[in-house]
Design a protein around this ligand. Structure first.
Ligand code: FAD
Ligand code: UDP
Length: 371
């Protein structure tokens, strides 16, 4: 093998690429990280305005059950004690999320778990099924008709641009149902927002490592492939293989950011909008992620959109057709020995941040063992 300038060319400065670069640099490997965007950090990137860290690509709340991952991220930032407790607006009324005793009280006036359970069980009996075939059937079988119609159906259909009866059941299993007065959106042991925003973590990971932004791997593929012995690729897997087996589909989002000359716009970091009369699904008010006291505020409306080639790919559409296509790319990925595929786009999977960090660390360990 000829001597190349770098051990690794890392395509994509998101969490997967940044963790990989950090760990390999610690092991005395020479890394170059490139990203086609004009900033580092991928989707966790924050932009600071008016002293507020704006989550540019949607609300990012770090949560994990894994003590090692929690320790890992705490090397790079101090986490605050933010607990995600969104509320949802439906037909003029606000409800607590996830579905818990507060939500049940707001819906039916039930005060004890026994009373709430009786309502939900009777609705599940009437509308549920033992083998749900789609998201609607799954929701009716988990929480009954009232919650489904008040807090799930319209939100979900906006989010995915499809009827709930045409969506896979698993999407809704992410949301906890609890018979306690607990508005914590997540069940994990550790949770918070890094003080100073996510850039603190990315900057910590990439400190001392050569990075280049506004460099698209495909604009100069042949030359870039020559600079390193190995490539870590975190972009879209179908693009890497020039769409040989067809295009994978995604759901996209459009973010509209607004500056308001008031201190407090909605009193919470995340407010969901269930009703279809609003085209957006959520409004974020960024200062509340860090308990900000600034005199102004910045909000973001999140509009789900049909994805096409010119837009950011946010959510994989995990239906059988796309899984079939992905399987072929996955097989093809085994044939290019000098390329490591990782992250949400290369693995065509919805991954949370802690899962991405864990998978990048695992990859580094596997490779280091072989060397
Ligand atoms: P990315 O961050 O997408 O990084 C990939 C990078 O590769 C990008 O910067 C891209 O520009 C670059 N790239 C792609 N192709 C090329 C190319 N050809 N040349 C050069 N560069 C290229 N997780 C949580 O844990 N909690 C949350 O609350 C949460 N909220 C989320 C909300 C939204 C709306 C979304 C979409 C995701 C959310 N996530 C959340 C998930 C989180 O964003 C991901 O787990 C994480 O950012 C994925 O990191 P990654 O490195 O795999 O991908
Ligand atoms: N969901 C819903 N109502 C809500 C919030 C979420 O029906 O108020 C559904 C929706 O189908 C969504 C899924 O639950 O796609 C997962 O929600 P989550 O908040 O985890 O989505 P993400 O933050 O990943 O977009």
């Amino acid at each position: 093998m000829s001597i190349k300038k770098y051990d690794y060319l890392i395509v994509g400065a998101g969490l997967f690429g940044s963790v990989f670069a950090h760990e390999m640099t610690k092991r005395n490997k020479k890394c170059l990280v490139i990203d086609k965007r004009d900033h580092l950090g991928g989707n966790v990137f924050c932009e600071e305005k008016e002293g507020i860290n704006i989550h540019k690509y949607g609300a990012h709340i770090f949560h994990t059950n894994d003590h090692e991952i929690w320790k890992y991220v705490n090397q790079f930032a101090t986490f605050n004690n933010y607990i995600n407790s969104p509320v949802s607006l439906s037909k003029g009324k606000l409800y607590n999320l996830p579905f818990n005793m507060n939500t049940f009280y707001q819906l039916w006036g039930t005060k004890t778990p026994k009373e709430a359970k009786a309502v939900i069980d009777s609705q599940i009996k009437k509308y549920g099924t033992t083998s749900p075939q789609n998201l609607e059937e799954q929701a009716l079988s988990l929480v009954g008709k009232d919650i489904y119609e008040t807090l799930i159906k319209e939100y979900t259909e906006k989010q995915w641009g499809k009827k709930a009866t045409d969506l896979p059941a698993f999407i809704i299993k992410r949301l906890p149902v609890r018979y306690t007065y607990n508005n914590n959106y997540f069940n994990d042991r550790y949770q918070g927002i890094p003080e100073g925003g996510y850039n603190t973590i990315i900057n910590g990971l990439l400190r001392g490592i050569e990075t280049k932004t506004k460099v698209d791997f495909f604009a100069n593929r042949a030359a870039l492939e020559r600079v390193a012995n190995q490539i870590v690729y975190t972009g879209k897997i179908d693009e890497f293989f020039e769409y040989t087996y067809g295009k994978l589909e995604y759901r996209s989002l459009r973010f509209e950011h607004e500056l308001h000359d008031i201190e407090n716009y909605q009193g919470n970091a995340v407010v969901n909008y269930n009703d279809v009369q609003y085209q957006f699904t959520r409004i974020l008010e960024h200062k509340h992620f860090e308990f900000g006291k600034q005199s102004k505020t910045i909000i973001t409306k999140e509009y789900p959109e049909t994805w096409d080639q010119g837009k950011e790919a946010y959510y994989p559409i995990n239906n059988p057709k796309n899984q079939e296509i992905y399987k072929k790319y996955k097989e093809a990925s085994h044939t290019v020995k000098h390329v490591i595929f990782g992250g949400r786009l290369a693995e065509y999977r919805y991954y949370d941040m802690h899962q991405i960090i864990a998978s990048s660390l695992k990859k580094v360990k596997e490779i280091s063992k072989m060397q």
